[in-house]
Design a binder for this molecule. Structure first.
Ligand SMILES: [Zn+2]
Length: 98
């Protein structure tokens, strides 16, 4: 996962969703909250490491079907649907229904 994507607008929204999803541990959630309030750069090296690992464990780098980067706003959903972007999830649902 490229750190540059941390600067995207909806990244903090994703981190907030991650905290409320209960997928991450208290310690990770504490660092994540600090990051939301103060920015990634204000984390210590150790915190960055924990944060990076946590993000790595809770993201899908690209859609498993079409290969696009999953936008942060779709990431949490992608974690539960097998790594699909919104579009492919939609297509899959349609195919499953037929
Ligand atoms: Zn896709």
């Amino acid at each position: 996962m490229n750190n540059i994507r941390y600067n995207e607008d909806d990244f903090k929204g994703f981190v907030e969703d991650l905290i409320s999803s209960g997928r991450i541990e208290d310690k990770e959630a504490g660092i994540a909250k600090y990051m939301i309030d103060n920015g990634y750069e204000s984390l210590s090296e150790k915190q960055k490491y924990v944060f990076d690992q946590m993000i790595k464990d809770n993201t899908v780098e690209e859609c498993q079907r079409c290969g696009v980067d999953i936008p942060w706003c779709e990431m949490l959903e992608a974690l539960y649907n097998g790594g699909l972007c919104n579009y492919c999830q939609h297509v899959k649902e349609k195919m499953d229904a037929e």
